[in-house]
Structure formats: structure tokens, C-alpha cells
Design a binder for this molecule. Structure first.
Ligand code: SAM
Length: 267
């Protein structure tokens, strides 16, 4: 990895999310469907259980918070939330949501690159969440190392909704997986047909950096977490789809996987 590559990916993310911000919530059905929302709530409950008995006023850092979906869930779960993102425009959408609904206490919004923020920050957190963000960065091990250093004793890192790098183990399952993807994507295209072309023609090739390798290797993530003194509490591989019903079919009947979540505790 070169600094130039890292800067290029950061610049691509700033540009992509500037273009995408006004349409982000309308574009990303896979983050908003009922299956994914309830999956995220369960992940937060799990993190809370791990942190149970610890001091009150648990602090959570939502890295790459985007338009704030996960941050709002963390606030609902009574965390004091620090919401950080590289994109001024994504944070502006989040700020508008906060203006329209009462969230008490309000998450603190920070506009920064996560590597700079995590390296410079003096705050410590009980929970650090990476939700659909690590595939946007060049150096995943460095992100884990910096986050681990910002945890309170017994603190938790949650890495969730990340594309899973994998090999095809069952051709039949893969066939059903693809067969389900086709109508899910076709219906999605139909639903977003009225969005302007500028929203539908964004080039993610540089911003979604880890996708060029087919996703992120979950084994590597586990090994990095362990090397930084964390114990893995749970590891889940699942299938993310645009619609909740497709997620249900994929995860209960086909049992295919394209996404992962890992929850780990320091110590
Ligand atoms: C796929 S969105 C995920 C948003 C949010 N976590 C969610 O689940 O709704 C990725 C977000 O990561 C942000 N991002 C990308 N690279 C970043 C970096 N180096 N530091 C901080 N945020 C970054 C983008 O601006 C974008 O808002």
C-alpha cells in the first residue's frame, strides 16, 4: 500500500458520498429493509449484553456513520454516541434527521478521516462500530489496530455488514444464490427507476476499495482482532439482499453468505 493509494481512496470516498448523500437512504435498500434493521438491533443488543454490568453512560463511536442509521439505533439503546464520517454531505443528511426528531442525548457529529481521527483522538469508547465501512478503506488491519487502542478495558468492537471474501463451496447453493439475486435486483431497479440518473450512475470502483478483492477476508479480521488483544465473542456470515423477504429466503432456505459480522471484546 502506498500513501498515494490511500489518499486516492479517501478522495474517491469524499466524491462518491458527496454525490450520493441526497439519495443515500433511497438507494440503499439493503441497509433499510426490515430484516437488516432487526439484524442490526440484535447486534447492538449483543454488544450491550457483553458490556453489561459496566459503568453507566456507555460511549459508542460509529465509524463512517453516513446518514446515521446505526448511530440512531445506538442512541435508542442508550449509548452516548460519537458519529464520525469523512463526508460533510452525508453528515448534513444525518444532521437534518436530528433536526426533525428528538434524540436525547444527541449524537456528536464529527467530520474526519477515520485514520486521522482514531490516531489523534484522546477519547476512549466502550463500543466501536464499523458498519459497512471497512470495505471503503485500503488498510483494514491499521483500522483495527487504531480502534483497539481507543477502547476502554473490556470494550467491544463490532464489525458488521461488510462484504465477505469467500470461495464457492457448493455449486448448487451458489446457483440458488444467483437465482434469488436476479429478481431481487430487478425489483430494486424498478423501485429506484424514478431517482435521477446522477444517483444511479455513480462509479464505486475506487471508493469500495476492498470489493476489487472480492470483499474482506473474515479470517484476517479475526486474526487482527486477536493480535490486538481482543477475544472474538461471535462471528456470523449471512446474506444481505435489497429486500427483507429476499434476505429471509437467502438466510433461512438457501443459507447463502455474502456478508459478515464479528463482535469482539478487549481482553
Ligand atoms: C456504506 S456507507 C455506511 C454508512 C453507515 N455506517 C450505515 O450503515 O448506514 C460508508 C460511509 O463511510 C464513510 N467513509 C468512507 N471512508 C471513510 C474514512 N476513511 N473515514 C471516515 N469515513 C469514511 C463514507 O463517507 C460513508 O458515509
Amino acid at each position: 500500500m502506498t500513501h498515494c493509494e490511500r489518499d486516492d481512496v479517501v478522495a474517491a470516498n469524499i466524491e462518491v458520498h458527496r454525490l450520493e448523500a441526497p439519495y443515500y437512504d433511497a438507494l440503499h435498500y439493503e441497509e433499510n429493509n426490515f430484516y437488516e434493521r432487526s439484524r442490526r438491533r440484535r447486534a447492538i443488543e449483543e454488544a450491550k449484553r457483553i458490556l453489561e454490568g459496566r459503568r453507566h453512560g456507555l460511549k459508542a463511536l460509529d465509524v463512517g456513520c453516513g446518514t446515521g442509521k446505526m448511530s440512531l439505533m445506538l442512541a435508542e439503546a442508550a449509548f452516548e454516541v460519537f458519529s464520525m464520517d469523512l463526508s460533510f454531505e452525508m453528515l448534513a443528511v444525518f444532521r437534518e434527521k436530528l433536526r426533525q426528531r428528538k434524540v436525547d442525548p444527541e449524537p456528536r457529529l464529527i467530520c474526519a478521516d477515520m485514520f486521522t481521527f482514531l490516531a489523534d483522538c484522546r477519547e476512549r469508547f466502550d463500543l466501536i462500530v464499523f458498519c459497512g465501512i471497512l470495505h471503503h478503506v485500503v488498510d483494514v488491519p491499521e483500522a483495527i489496530r487504531l480502534a483497539s487502542a481507543r477502547l476502554n478495558d473490556g470494550g467491544v468492537i463490532m464489525i458488521t455488514h461488510e462484504p465477505l471474501k469467500q470461495t464457492i463451496s457448493s455449486k448448487t447453493r451458489y446457483m440458488f444464490h444467483r437465482a434469488l439475486a436476479a429478481p431481487d435486483e430487478a425489483l430494486y431497479r424498478f423501485c429506484i427507476r424514478r431517482l435521477p440518473d446522477e444517483a444511479k450512475s455513480i462509479d464505486y470502483s475506487m471508493s469500495d476499495f476492498q470489493r476489487q478483492f472480492g470483499g474482506i477476508d473474515a479470517k484476517m479480521v479475526v486474526s487482527e482482532l486477536k493480535d490486538n488483544g481482543l477475544s472474538v465473542i461471535s462471528e456470523r456470515k449471512y446474506c444481505a439482499r435489497r429486500f427483507g423477504l429476499s434476505c429471509m429466503i437467502a438466510n433461512t432456505l438457501i443459507r447463502s453468505q455474502n456478508t459478515f459480522q464479528i463482535i469482539a471484546r478487549l481482553g
